[in-house]
Design a protein around this ligand. Structure first.
Ligand code: RRO
Length: 310
């Protein structure tokens, strides 16, 4: 079977890559993803200046997934731009740069700098970081999102994507889609970032699991799969002509299949990659291929978006 994906004017060798934030803060991590069976790679959300992030412990694994409040630790935009300048685009694996400026002006500065560099790297602008104390998730503010997208269009001449927070109401899906549809060069949306501000409690210690924000953090893994699928499905229907990247709860070929059936063009792996490392990509791809074979599907187009209703 053929797991290749053609989108953004290029063809990549498979449909799986890392979720931003996981295995992508340092160059050696990015290189490990590139050397794996991943079909593309994306860097850790960059701010203009390097950041240490929140105090530790700031990531905790549970039986059902993960909670994190990393607080945007990253090497700073120049580090990832330098990686992008040296990246061998001929390897066939697209390079995405996640941008998460502390202000709109910082995002515009990064976009203008990236544009001036003239590289084939593609920005995924993060509208949904849940973990910087005092900073709300941009994607939940429709007025601020409108202003940001209008400004992105001015600062960046090519195709780009945005990473969205999960939405939980059909009125919000509709309102966000209406805003996103005003931007033809917004080529993809990645659904979803972690479900923000969850709380994991340990009975023995009667304490929270992570230090920042008195224990509140973004949830990933099994907890978020149905929410991720709903967001992929709704935006797939509401954003004709745009691609949806599925992210949330993928830990085997089965969840990857579900995301694609719901409409995903490509699928990112976060929590599972954190726990298993880049070997996860070959395993999940093999499982997806086996599932497709059993169902008689030869390529992803055979079933993408074809989720049945009752
Ligand atoms: O660094 C983080 O705390 C973080 C970010 Br920027 C994000 O977008 N999503 C997340 O779960 N953690």
């Amino acid at each position: 079977v053929d797991l290749s994906v053609t989108w953004l004017g290029r063809t990549m060798p498979g449909c799986l890559y890392n979720a931003s934030g996981v295995w992508c803060r340092e160059e050696d991590e990015l290189e490990a993803v590139r050397a794996s069976a991943a079909a593309a790679l994306i860097s850790k959300s960059a701010t203009l200046a390097p950041r240490e992030g929140n105090p530790e412990p700031r990531y905790h694994r549970t039986a059902l997934g993960s909670i994190n409040s990393m607080g945007l630790p990253n090497r700073g935009f120049a580090y990832y731009l330098d990686y992008a300048r040296r990246y061998d685009y001929a390897c066939g694996k697209p390079l995405f740069l996640s941008l998460s400026g502390m202000t709109l002006e910082d995002n515009l500065t990064m976009l203008r700098t990236l544009a001036a560099a003239g590289l084939p790297a593609i920005p995924e602008i993060n509208l949904s970081c849940p973990n910087v104390p005092g900073k709300p998730q941009l994607g939940y503010d429709f007025v601020a999102t409108t202003e940001a997208l209008n400004a992105f269009d001015q600062a960046w001449p090519g195709r780009y994507g945005v990473k969205l927070p999960p939405y939980f109401d059909q009125a919000h899906f509709a309102a966000m889609a209406e805003i996103l549809n005003r931007h033809p060069r917004l080529a993809f949306v990645t659904c979803i970032n972690s479900i923000g501000n969850g709380l994991v409690v340990d009975i023995d210690s009667e304490a929270v699991a992570i230090k920042p924000k008195d224990g509140l953090g973004g949830l990933g893994g099994d907890y978020v799969l149905p929410t991720a699928l709903a967001n992929v499905r709704e935006f797939y229907r509401l954003l004709p002509g745009k691609d949806i990247v599925g992210c949330g709860g993928v830990r085997s070929g089965r969840e990857a299949f579900m995301h694609i059936l719901a409409g995903a063009r490509a699928v990112q792996v976060g929590t599972c990659l954190y726990h298993e490392g880049p070997a996860a990509f070959a395993r999940i791809a093999a499982e997806l291929a086996e599932l497709m074979q059993a169902k008689g599907y030869r390529k992803l187009d055979d079933f993408r978006g074809r989720l049945r209703t009752l």
